[in-house]
Every structure is written in structure tokens, then in C-alpha cells.
Design a protein around this ligand. Structure first.
Ligand code: ATP
Ligand code: MG
Length: 551
């Protein structure tokens, strides 16, 4: 690690552990449940787990926490792998908690044999009732005193499918008056007659999260098991199981989950948005999912930079979405190719430019010379943005107005002589004269103008659909508002421009290309684009329109 950088608390722990020789090298894991697509919160966890291992010469396992057969699916497994790779990380091993079902079963039997687990026939309601409350101790279930031999028989019968869902559970025998409610004889196995995406119908009992997760860490010799703050109370059970089973002493560390403004992050809520068709799918560019951001044109580097900038907190907070957008702009500003696109066209006719004449002009592709330049066809008729003309100009208006002059980007200076309106008073064309000696790069006209506007030659323009996205929610924290979070969806989160005029070079736009539509924002090709119809997504606007940056 570089000396200047101050360490976050996890880096401090890792450095200390390595210095003291507690571990020769570290092993972290990223443990998604394959029940949905990854979102930006997961990206934070990925950057943290893979980042720590990378910085300290360790390893990171990808482990699918697939202990819940009902909600899990191979589709999610594939998307999760794709997203992690896309973010720029590679795992040392691909593991599945379901690979450990045999081992976990043996661990459960060990607990029974030590008198530390029992089969309980009580209903879920009865178990909850006897559990007590944080201020009231729980009561022992009548089944708590079953003999070890009886428990072994019953647990095996559970495994063999003798009982129906919910008829019996296996519980750890800890302490029904424990101050930590999770230690009051937690359930460690339940009966679930369901097909599992990997183990098929082999099992009808499944280990519960705390048991499976912690012991999977131990099986993999995970040194630093990093999770979010809500798991703090689970740590005691995590440690208890390791102690009783005498397995590898993995340690759990907690950090604050990432919450972001104008979005929701729980998979359950994201699934609702998809199922109820508020968005077009998990990869809708308005979704906070990795695949949504990817489709929108965000870069892996910008997401990694964002995760680095927000740091690792120990207290819950709400991160401004503007910060993520800032990171996206910062990256794209360096790399995006500059092009000209007119979104809301109005025709500009250069009256003193020869009819039928075409000139090939050149324009820089970006701020960096190494990005080269491209040819731009120029002619007598051009599309410009409607908003670049004002019939009655405001003060400090440097764009087009009757009698005013502007520079056409990478071309000539033009002066507005007149304009034409239709019967409804809508301006349909602007007539200008141009100064032949004012050509960009070779301007000898001596005319000074303050404004530069973009344009596309009418004769050479191609068309495209352009999708402009805004925030999916109208309020900063939809989950904290009253009522259903979906009431706060922004009805104007997508604006579709069905026919924008694009410069001809854009016809060759490819999947991973990033563009700056000059003065309009950053854009990329959408997956809906075909050879006949180009479709572009706005990745992010050029400036933050929503408020001041809080970094
Ligand atoms: P969700 O609440 O969205 O369903 P989850 O925690 O159930 O998320 P998992 O698939 O279990 O999703 O998460 C995999 C890993 O990602 C876990 O280690 C979890 O702690 C971490 N993670 C999930 N959401 C966030 C978040 N918002 N910020 C940081 N880490 C997160
Ligand atoms: Mg989870």
C-alpha cells in the first residue's frame, strides 16, 4: 500500500493481522445469494473484498449462498459472474454453499452428538411465542430435552423425507434466556421439499443462513469475512458455531451498507419494479443494478472510483447519487469521443453558401490530441438545436438571435439575417450569412464571437432514437417515505426522442463506444440498436443539474 493513503478500518485490521503473523495471507469472499441481479451496493462489497485481497496479495472466493432453493436460479448465477468480471475482478475459486450440504449435515450431527442441537416439533408460531422478547426471557420448548439418540433418529428421518415442510426443525441448543435473541436456540435446519438449482431433489432439508454462511467461511478458510452492519448481532452465533464445531476460526467484520439517494437497493424492491413493469427489466438503464449501469454507459472504472471515494464507513449513511455521476463524468471526459448530434432540430440555411456544395471539415475527437480527428461534412443547410436561437434574446445571450453571430463548431461564423415561422408561430427555419474567411483553424476574418453551437449537415445527417434518462425516484430516500415506495417513482424518468439528427460518423458506433454529444451529455449505443435503427442512451448529463456536489 502507498504510504500517503490513510487506511480504512478493514485495511488496518488486515495489516495488523499480517504483521503479527496471524495469517500468512488473507482470503476474503464475496457471497451473493443468486436470487437477483447485483446492484451498486454489491459493487461496493465486491470492490472491498476483491480490493483487500488484491492490495494485500491474498485471494477472494466467489461463493454463491444458495441455501434457499425457492428463490434461486441459474440465470442469476450467470449474471452475477458477468457483472463481477465486468467490474474488473476475477475470483480464485467459484464455490457454492450447496457444495457443502454434506459437510454441513455432518456438522449438524456433531452438534447433536455434543448435546448442542435438538429436533423441535413445535410450529413456527409456537417457536416464536416461546422465544420471548428482548425484555423477557424465552421458555424452553418441551422437545428441548430429547435424548441425543432420539435427535439423531429424527434428524435422519427429516433428511430422508419422512416429514412435511414445517413439521420439524433442528435447533441449536444454546440459551433461551440469552440477551441476544439470535442465541435463543436458533433454527439451523428446516424441511423444504423443493427442487434446488444445483442439488436437484437430493435434499429436502436445508441449512439456515447463519449456520450455512459461517461454516462455509470456515470450510474455505476465509480469514476476513466482511458483511454489513445488520449482521453484528449474528456474530455471536457465528463465533459460537466455530467454537463448538472446532472449525477454522474465520472472523466476521461489519461495515455500513451503501445506500444511495433517489434509488432503492433491496433486491425485493428491485424485483417489484421489474415484475410490475415500472422499468423494462433488470438492465433498464434507470435501475441501480450493475447491468443497468452498464447498459446506460457507466464504465467499470467510474464505479470502482466511486466505491473508493465513498470509503468504508461504520455508520449507516446515504450517499448522493451525484457523486456516482461525478465519477462517471470524470472518466468519460477523458475517454469519450466528441460528436455532434441535434436533439431538437431547427433548420439553418446559409443563404450565401453555394447550393449543392459540400465541404469536408475536420473536428477533434477529444481533448487529447491522441484521440485524433474526424471528417465532418458541411453544406448550405444545417440542423441546429432549437434552443440555440432566441427571437428576442435575453441579456448575455451569446447564441443565435436576429442580427447576432455565432461560431458553428469546427466550421464558420454565421450571422442571423432573418427567420421564418409557420402558421402557428413556430419558428421553422433561420436564414444566416456566413463568413468564408472565418473557417476554424484558419480564421482571418477578425470577427469575434462569444458563442459556439453544434450542428449537423442536413444532406448528410443520419437519424437515431435517443433515450434521455432521469432519476427513477422523485424523493431522496423513497424507502423512508410514507406509504409504498413506488408512489415516489418519477413519471418523467424516461424521455424518448424518436428522431435526432446525428453526424454521419456515428453510423459506425459500436457497442462499447462512449460518446460526448457536444453540449448535450455522454451517450452510448443501446442494445436495442439495429442496423436500420440506431438507439442511444444518455449516460449522464454534462453538468449536475440536481444540486451541489457533496464530496
Ligand atoms: P439485498 O438486501 O439487496 O437483497 P442481500 O444482502 O440480500 O441484498 P446478498 O446477495 O446476500 O444480497 O449480498 C451479497 C453480499 O453483498 C453480502 O456480503 C452483502 O453484505 C453485500 N451487500 C448487499 N447489499 C449491499 C449494500 N447495499 N452495500 C454494501 N454491501 C452490500
Ligand atoms: Mg443476503
Amino acid at each position: 500500500m502507498s504510504e500517503e493513503k490513510s487506511l480504512n478500518f478493514l485495511e488496518e485490521i488486515v495489516e495488523t493481522d499480517l504483521k503479527n503473523g496471524k495469517y500468512k495471507s488473507i482470503i476474503t469472499r464475496f457471497p451473493p445469494e443468486p436470487n437477483g441481479y447485483l446492484h451498486i451496493g454489491h459493487a461496493k462489497s465486491i470492490c472491498l473484498n476483491f480490493g483487500l485481497a488484491k492490495d494485500y496479495g491474498g485471494r477472494t472466493n466467489l461463493r454463491f449462498d444458495d441455501t434457499n432453493p425457492v428463490t434461486e436460479d441459474t440465470e442469476y448465477v450467470e449474471s452475477i459472474k458477468e457483472d463481477i468480471n465486468w467490474l474488473g475482478f476475477d475470483w480464485s475459486n467459484e464455490f457454492y454453499a450447496s457444495d457443502y450440504f454434506d459437510q454441513l449435515f455432518i456438522h449438524a450431527v456433531t452438534l447433536i452428538n455434543k448435546g448442542l442441537a435438538y429436533v423441535d416439533d413445535s410450529s413456527a408460531e409456537e417457536i416464536a411465542r416461546l422465544k420471548g422478547t428482548p425484555t423477557e426471557v424465552g421458555k424452553d420448548s418441551t422437545y428441548r430435552s430429547r435424548s441425543i439418540a432420539e435427535n439423531i433418529v429424527l434428524f435422519n428421518e427429516m433428511k430422508e423425507g419422512k416429514y412435511k415442510d414445517g413439521e420439524k426443525v433442528l435447533r441449536a441448543k444454546i440459551d433461551m434466556s440469552h440477551t441476544n435473541m439470535l442465541m435463543r436456540d436458533p433454527i439451523i435446519y428446516r424441511i423444504k421439499h423443493a427442487h434446488h438449482h444445483r442439488t436437484g431433489d437430493k435434499w429436502c432439508i436445508y441449512p439456515m443462513y447463519d449456520f450455512a454462511h459461517g461454516q462455509s467461511d470456515s470450510i474455505e478458510n476465509i480469514t476476513h469475512s466482511i458483511c454489513t452492519l445488520e449482521f453484528i448481532p449474528h456474530r455471536e452465533l457465528y463465533d459460537w458455531l466455530i467454537y463448538q464445531l472446532e472449525t477454522f476460526p474465520s472472523h466476521q467484520y461489519e461495515f455500513a451498507r451503501l445506500n444511495m439517494t433517489y434509488t432503492v437497493m433491496s433486491k425485493r424492491k428491485l424485483l417489484q419494479l421489474v415484475n410490475e413493469e415500472h422499468v423494462s427489466g433488470w438492465d433498464d438503464p434507470r435501475m441501480p443494478t450493475i447491468c443497468g449501469f452498464r447498459r446506460k454507459g457507466y464504465t467499470p472504472l467510474s464505479i470502482r472510483n466511486f466505491c473508493e471515494k465513498i470509503g468504508v464507513a461504520k455508520r449507516e449513511n446515504l450517499i448522493d447519487l451525484s457523486l456516482l455521476e461525478f465519477c462517471v463524468r470524470e472518466d468519460l471526459n477523458e475517454t469519450a469521443k466528441r460528436v455532434m448530434v441535434v436533439l431538437d432540430p431547427i433548420k439553418l440555411i446559409i443563404t450565401n453558401y453555394e447550393e449543392g456544395k459540400t465541404e469536408e471539415l475536420h473536428s477533434e475527437n477529444g481533448p487529447d490530441e491522441t484521440m485524433g480527428s474526424r471528417a465532418l461534412p458541411f453544406g448550405r443547410e444545417l440542423w441546429i438545436e432549437r434552443e440555440d436561437f432566441m427571437e428576442e434574446p435575453a441579456k448575455k445571450w451569446f447564441r443565435l438571435a436576429p442580427g447576432a453571430a455565432v461560431r458553428l463548431k469546427s466550421a464558420y461564423i454565421v450571422k442571423c439575417e432573418s427567420f421564418e415561422k409557420d402558421d402557428f408561430g413556430k419558428i421553422i427555419s433561420i436564414h444566416c450569412s456566413y463568413f468564408p474567411d472565418s473557417k476554424s483553424g484558419n480564421d482571418t476574418s477578425g470577427i469575434a464571437v462569444k458563442g459556439t453551437i453544434h450542428w449537423v449537415s442536413v444532406a448528410h445527417a443520419k437519424t437515431a432514437e435517443v433515450r434521455l434518462y432521469d432519476r427513477l425516484f422523485q424523493v431522496e430516500n423513497p424507502s423512508a417515505e410514507e406509504g409504498d415506495f413506488k408512489e415516489y417513482i418519477n413519471p418523467n424518468s424516461l424521455e424518448i426522442i424518436s428522431q435526432a439528427f446525428i453526424e454521419p460518423s456515428l453510423e459506425k458506433a459500436a457497442k462499447d463506444d462512449r460518446f460526448q454529444f457536444i453540449r448535450k451529455g455522454y451517450f452510448c449505443l443501446d442494445k436495442d440498436a439495429t442496423a436500420d435503427k440506431l438507439v442511444f442512451n444518455r449516460t449522464v448529463t454534462l453538468k449536475d443539474a440536481w444540486g451541489k456536489m457533496k464530496i
